[in-house]
Design a protein around this ligand. Structure first.
Ligand SMILES: Nc1nc2c(c(=O)[nH]1)N[C@H]1C(S)=C(S)[C@@H](COP(=O)(O)OP(=O)(O)OC[C@H]3O[C@@H](n4cnc5c(=O)[nH]c(N)nc54)[C@H](O)[C@@H]3O)O[C@H]1N2
Ligand SMILES: Nc1nc2c(c(=O)[nH]1)N[C@H]1C(S)=C(S)[C@@H](COP(=O)(O)OP(=O)(O)OC[C@H]3O[C@@H](n4cnc5c(=O)[nH]c(N)nc54)[C@H](O)[C@@H]3O)O[C@H]1N2
Ligand SMILES: [Mo]
Length: 654
């Protein structure tokens, strides 16, 4: 008899969907979106609707693996964990816990990952990561400007007269925003997309502004100049903001035409944007991708400023949304008691591991991440792991990173684990409830650290059922309001602590209680004419980062404007080169794209010769230690006869 069980998607996505799983004889046979969930609205994205292809993929690892020479061979949990514990104790004793680097990424955004962190603190504290490859620059920008990073309620968009998708592609990367945008549009709201890339979300919008990559700072300054010149600064701006005069000086530091030229946007477009902001309420939805640039923090700060000075920050239908405070309903302080002895900057993963000494990093433990494929300078990342004494990867697939491990521990998938999530694209809370037990010998991340903790003498610290930990991390303010884990499990609960119109209800949480406007011009992005195309390695519907529904074969596709392709014909193979690497690619023409970009999917596998990060240099953003991923210059060349580069780049451990 089929049964239907509900859970919440724990993947790194703004939507955190409520999933209904059909289970027959202990096997999941179908997944669909919960029709009663206010955000999921009865549908799932392509990645998760097709997740069963991964759940039951023949490539899934379901037993621990231990390295024997070139091979990773199946082993028992006892053997694998004993080996890990022995190495950990030995390295800690000989070199101190700082010689162990624990790297946790976003494979699961379940909040019980904080128990994994708690384990490593109790055992160490060990070296951990700092910065954030995904959103470091934008996070830092909003923290600087507002002292808090959160958004108005998602349905407040229905109060907007104008919505700007600024560097954002919800149709692909968070599709549950689309119905709300359509509803707003049906009510008469105008939508503008500002993005260098022509993508699916163009169709959600009334106007598309195809800005120069990283030209957004200049565009925002042009708009600000018009606001100042027309006297369209909100009456409350002087009271709300610090540095208003200094900001005006920045906006007026160049003629309008010069800002427009830098942004590659016409003055009429700038005027229209200024007018929309002035008429209000205008909501600016800031994409996560735009900040992944050398001037990414300055760009987000510029958008914050536009919102604040035009009077859109405190009104319904306004706001400048970068992130929803997904941990806002939870108390994750359990894992913030002991600071790490040192940290590795996430975007500089390979370089920093290789450079660290006193003590060197001897061991790396990876949970829910694939740093070889997903962090810039893939070769350096692979080299850094290949040269460590002991590498453990907890994953359910033999990723590019797991290929370099000494021990691979098979973990449960999102359908096999108990956890809890908030979302970074709305304020609803969700429980993750195993709909089937872990496949084969797989174990949840919690079970894995609990077993290991017993072996290394800190079992007490992390003991407890998932239910215990879920109760433990629910914020006391929620439990005081009678909101329990069960309530979240059985009905859609919106975080009651999240204001509906953020800055109508609270003041900016900065030292002065006022918005901090930026006071300096962002430096122009570097341009190397030898590498004239900016590599935009962007989210695709077909994968969640490096987790593909079906792993594609053959060379990666690269989309360019025909004029950017030189002599290379549409549909032919070519070499895509940056100063640090090259890939064989299949060229696709698209006349709708700018002539200065090359677009490919993020998440391509290194071993398959499809990894964009083979080309991307490891550089941090201006603030927040994000990765300047999309600043990368590349060029397209005809493919040399007999080219074997992709074969050379397959990672191995000798
Ligand atoms: N299908 C799918 N969904 C995903 C993911 C996935 O891999 N696949 N990944 C998930 C993750 S990890 C995240 S962080 C989120 C968000 O994932 P992201 O891919 O960051 O999502 P967006 O912010 O929608 O898209 C980034 C947009 O920024 C634009 N952009 C880049 N540079 C500039 C610029 O200089 N100026 C402007 N104006 N725009 C620019 C890109 O063209 C792109 O359209 O989505 C999640 N959702
Ligand atoms: N060139 C380029 N690089 C990028 C980006 C880009 O746009 N361009 N995007 C960046 C962004 S936004 C992000 S967030 C990062 C993402 O980088 P990662 O977080 O490293 O991304 P994934 O490829 O999703 O790797 C997650 C791994 O976790 C595993 N996993 C899934 N669930 C669980 C679980 O419950 N437990 C454990 N232990 N493992 C699990 C998956 O099988 C997968 O191998 O990549 C960044 N890298
Ligand atoms: Mo991300």
């Amino acid at each position: 008899m089929p049964t239907i069980s509900a859970t919440t998607c724990n993947r790194d996505c703004p939507d955190a969907c409520r999933i209904l799983a059909t289970v027959v004889d202990g096997k999941v046979t179908a997944l669909r979106g919960d029709p009663d969930h206010p955000i999921t609205q009865g549908f799932l994205c392509h990645r998760t609707a097709n997740f069963l292809a991964r759940q039951y993929a023949p490539e899934r690892i379901t037993t621990p693996l231990i390295r024997m020479g070139h091979e990773l061979v199946p082993a028992s949990w006892e053997q694998a964990l004993h080996l890990c514990a022995t190495k950990m104790l030995q390295i800690r004793q000989e070199s101190g816990p700082a010689a162990i680097f624990q790297y946790l990424s976003g494979g699961s955004l379940g909040l019980l990952q904080s128990v994994v962190n708690l384990f490593w603190q109790a055992f160490g504290p060990v070296t951990t990561k700092r910065g954030d490859i995904c959103s470091g620059a934008g996070d830092a920008a909003q923290e600087l400007d507002f002292g808090i990073e959160d958004s108005n309620d998602i349905y407040d968009l229905l109060n907007s007269r104008h919505i700007v998708l600024w560097g954002k592609n919800p149709a692909v990367s968070g599709p549950h925003l689309a119905p709300i945008l359509r509803q707003a549009r049906a009510n008469g709201c105008k939508l503008t997309l500002i993005d260098p890339v022509h993508h699916k979300s163009v169709h959600l919008c009334d106007e598309f502004v195809q800005v120069r990559p990283a030209g957004d700072f200049a565009l925002a300054m042009a708009v600000a100049q018009v606001l100042f010149d027309r006297g369209w600064i909100a009456a409350q701006a002087a009271e709300l903001c610090d540095n208003l005069d200094a900001f005006a000086t920045v906006a007026r530091s160049q003629p309008l035409a010069s800002w427009c030229e830098q942004a590659d946007v016409e003055a009429a477009v700038v005027e229209r944007l200024a007018e929309h902001l002035h008429r209000g309420p205008t909501a600016i939805l800031v994409g996560w991708g735009m900040g992944r640039r050398g001037n990414g923090g300055a760009i987000v700060r510029a958008l914050d400023a536009l919102c604040a000075i035009s009077g859109n920050l405190q009104c319904a239908g306004g706001g400048v949304s970068f992130y929803f405070k997904r941990r806002g309903a939870f108390d994750t302080s359990i894992a913030s008691q002991k600071p790490p002895p040192r940290t590795v900057c996430e975007p500089l993963f390979g370089q920093e591991i290789l450079a660290m000494h006193d003590p060197p990093i001897r061991m790396v433990w990876v949970t829910a991440g694939n740093p070889v494929a997903m962090l810039p300078d893939a070769q350096a990342n692979a080299h850094a792991l290949r040269t460590r004494e002991f590498v453990v990867v907890v994953d359910s697939f033999l990723t590019d990173t797991a290929q370099l491990a000494h021990v691979v521990l098979p973990t449960a998938t999102l359908l096999e684990t108990d956890d809890m999530v908030g979302a970074y694209g709305h304020h609803w809370l969700g429980t993750v409830d195993a709909v089937v037990p872990p496949l084969g010998q797989s174990r949840t991340d919690l079970q894995i650290v609990q077993a290991l903790a017993e072996l290394v003498g800190v079992g007490d610290v992390v003991a407890g059922t998932p239910e215990h930990w879920r109760q433990r991390i629910l914020a006391p303010a929620l439990t005081q309001q009678g909101i329990t884990v069960d309530a979240i499990r059985t009905g859609a609960v919106r975080n009651p602590l999240a204001p509906k119109v953020l800055f109508a209800e609270i003041a900016p949480q900065t030292a002065t209680g006022r918005v901090q406007l930026l006071t300096a011009v962002a430096p122009q992005p570097e341009h190397d004419s030898a590498y004239p195309l900016k590599l935009m390695s962007l989210s695709t519907e077909k994968s969640q980062s490096s987790q593909w529904v079906r792993v594609p074969k053959g060379p990666a596709e690269v989309t360019v404007h025909p004029d950017a392709a030189g002599q290379i014909a549409d549909g032919s193979l070519a070499l895509l080169q940056s100063p640090i690497g090259e890939l064989q690619v299949l060229v696709r023409y698209d006349r709708r794209q700018r002539k200065d970009v090359a677009i490919m999917a993020k998440g391509g596998h290194y071993a398959a010769g499809r990894c964009a990060n083979v080309l991307v240099q490891a550089k941090v953003t201006d603030i927040g230690e994000g990765g300047a991923l999309y600043d990368q210059g590349v060029r397209l060349l005809p493919l040399p006869v007999g080219w074997l580069g992709a074969c050379r780049s397959i990672p191995t451990r000798s």
